[in-house]
Each structure stands twice: as C-alpha cells, then as structure tokens.
Design a binder for this molecule. Structure first.
Ligand SMILES: Cc1cc2nc3c(=O)[nH]c(=O)nc-3n(C[C@H](O)[C@H](O)[C@H](O)COP(=O)(O)OP(=O)(O)OC[C@H]3O[C@@H](n4cnc5c(N)ncnc54)[C@H](O)[C@@H]3O)c2cc1C
Length: 303
C-alpha cells in the first residue's frame, strides 16, 4: 500500500500512518500504514469488500498479548473500539458480547444477570475478539468451556458463522482461519446468585493484583506452557527472573513478580523485548531441551 492508495469512504475513523504503541500494553512498536476503526459491522464489511485483496489486514484488540514491531504494520490495522463494538446482552443463562467488549465487562454483566461460568474473564485484560482468537483462559477455565458460537467477517467482507466445534480449540490456539475478524460471540453459563458470582470475581481480581504485574507495560504470558512444564518455572530456573539481558537495551526483563511476563520499564523497543524473549528461548532450550513456544503474537516489520 502506498500513501497515495485510495481507501473507500467510511463512516468510522480512518487514520494514515498512525503510531500503534499507544494501543498496546507494551507501549512499543511502529505505525500502521492505515488504522481503521469501523462505525459498525456494515461499515467494516463495505470497507473490506472494496479493499484491494493484496492489502494486508491485521486486527488488534486492546493489544494485551502482542508486540508490534518497530517498523510498523503494513496495510490496514483494524480496531473494534467504541460503544457499538462493546455491547453486552444477557438472556436467561446466555450472554452475547461484541468483539470489542472487555472480557472483564462481560464477567461483570454475567454476574449482574446471575450467570455463573464466565468469572474467569475478570482476570483477563483483553477483548472478546482477542479471547476468541487466543482461547483465553485462567484458573482452570478457558473460552472453549463457555462459548456457544460466534460470527465474523472474512477478509473479503463476507459473514461467517462458527459454532464452538468449528474453532477446533486447543490450549491458547484456535484452528479458525487467522484472517476472520470476529464481530460477536455468544456464551452459555449456569444460573447462580448474582452475589455469589460477584464474590468469585472479586477473589479473581484480588488474586491477580498479588501475582501479576498488572500495572506494568507487559504482554501477559510470553510463552505457552509446554506439555508437562510451566513456562514461568523454566524461565525462573534458567535464571531470567528480573535479570537484564546484556545484549538488549531499554531494560527489558522478565518480571520479578511473574517470571513468564516480560516488562518494558519505559525505554525498551519492540526489538529489545523480542530479542530478550528469543535469548530466553535459546537458553532454556540449551539448559533443558525444552523449546518454548511464543504465546505473545508478534506483528509487523522489524525496525
Ligand atoms: C497483565 C496481563 C494478564 C494476562 N492474563 C492472561 C490470562 O490469565 N489468560 C490469558 O489467556 N491471557 C492473558 N493475558 C493475555 C491477553 O489478555 C489475552 O490473550 C487476550 O485474549 C488478548 O486480547 P486483546 O484484545 O488484548 O487482543 P490483542 O492482544 O490485541 O490481539 C491478540 C490476538 O487476537 C487477535 N484479535 C483481537 N481481536 C480480534 C478480532 N476481533 N477478530 C480476530 N482476531 C482478533 C489479534 O489479531 C491477535 O492475533 C494477559 C495479558 C496481560 C497484559
């Protein structure tokens, strides 16, 4: 895409050369050639239908599990931000939420409606779109345990409907085509007293406060837990908890509080953070024979 390329008129916001760092938890990375915040699903579908199929499209939630590389992102980045994307409705034991709704708001709305089962979403700082892609979960529950169905748009702007089985979920992974943009999801829980659900949510949020660096610039779990291992333990035992990496600047390090979370203390670049992760993967492999797999998605071009 060049700066002269025409993009079709939209009702939402279309920004050229928009820095993406402010849209991510790590606060690093370059700009999007174009950032599109659609007004609604119809606006997004029209835009995608008119967009040259050669232009790459990337979706960003609230950037709590991504590193945007320093060279920025080619093509169009789409964010489902704002009220139309964050609608949450309940009906009996069913919850329907827009892909831009925060997981924590979905947990709260479920509690209010006396629906149990989605409490774990209170501990995940992402959006429903991110949760659908990552099969987000914690404390023994995952998205796949409560999801009924979801719908989205293909890169060509056509609607697709998915039932739970179509996602082929495994640990932090969906087999759905990566280019589907999720628009809305429906979940089913079980009836319970709103106070009881709210109490479990409070337990989860206070547990988070003491075990995760939730006020830092981070990206959540850096690596998936390999079969039979905990990533935090492997990183810790290899000596990386809180340790600065000699070869990277900016003070990027693995958190003292949670050794599977990387931290940008303020001055790190995306390259500093990613190369720290790669250095730890190589070190853990050399010391234990276990190859850590990135959970964090890395997007865009190196700087
Ligand atoms: C402090 C902290 C704690 C965390 N704890 C947990 C935890 O306990 N459990 C856990 O599972 N995760 C955890 N995470 C990681 C993260 O919150 C989840 O992976 C979350 O689901 C990501 O959502 P997001 O909106 O931030 O997505 P992003 O990080 O913006 O994107 C993640 C991926 O989802 C895709 N995506 C986002 N929206 C859409 C959409 N509408 N359609 C299609 N694809 C989309 C993106 O393209 C990208 O591939 C934590 C993160 C932090 C910072």
């Amino acid at each position: 895409m060049t700066s002269n390329d025409t993009l079709s008129p939209v009702r939402g916001k279309l920004l050229r050369n928009e820095p993406l760092a402010p849209y991510t938890w790590f606060r690093v990375g370059g700009a999007a050639e174009a950032l599109f915040i659609p007004a609604d699903a119809e606006d997004l579908a029209d835009f995608l239908k008119a967009l040259d199929p050669a232009v790459p499209v990337t979706v960003l939630g609230v950037g709590s599990n991504v590193i945007v590389r320093d060279g920025g992102v080619e093509g169009v980045v789409i964010r489902l931000a704002g009220r139309p994307w964050a609608q949450i409705t309940t009906d009996g034991d069913t919850v329907t939420a827009g892909a831009g709704a925060l997981d924590s708001m979905v947990a709260k709305a479920s509690a209010k409606a006396g629906i149990a089962g989605l409490e774990f979403y209170a501990g995940i700082p992402g959006t429903i779109g991110g949760a659908l892609t990552m099969n987000a979960g914690c404390y023994g529950s995952e998205t796949k345990d409560v999801l009924v169905s979801a719908w989205g748009l293909t890169r060509a702007g056509e609607r697709v409907d998915y039932d739970l089985a179509d996602f082929g979920y495994t640990y932090r992974h969906s087999q759905a085509p990566a280019d589907i943009i999720w628009i809305e999801a429906t979940y089913r829980g079980t009836a319970d007293e709103p106070e009881a659900v709210a109490a479990r949510i409070s337990e989860i949020t206070s547990r988070r406060e003491t075990t995760q660096p939730i006020r830092e610039k981070t990206g959540g779990s850096t690596f998936k837990n390999p079969e039979g291992h905990s990533s935090w333990k492997l990183v810790d035992e290899a000596g990386w908890r809180g340790k600065l990496h000699a070869k990277t600047g900016g003070g990027a390090k693995f958190s003292e509080l949670h050794s599977n979370f990387m931290i940008n203390p303020g001055e790190a670049t995306a390259a500093d953070i990613e190369s720290l992760g790669e250095a730890v993967r190589a070190d853990v492999l050399a010391k234990t024979g276990v190859l850590l797999e990135w959970e964090i998605k890395r997007i865009g071009r190196a700087g």
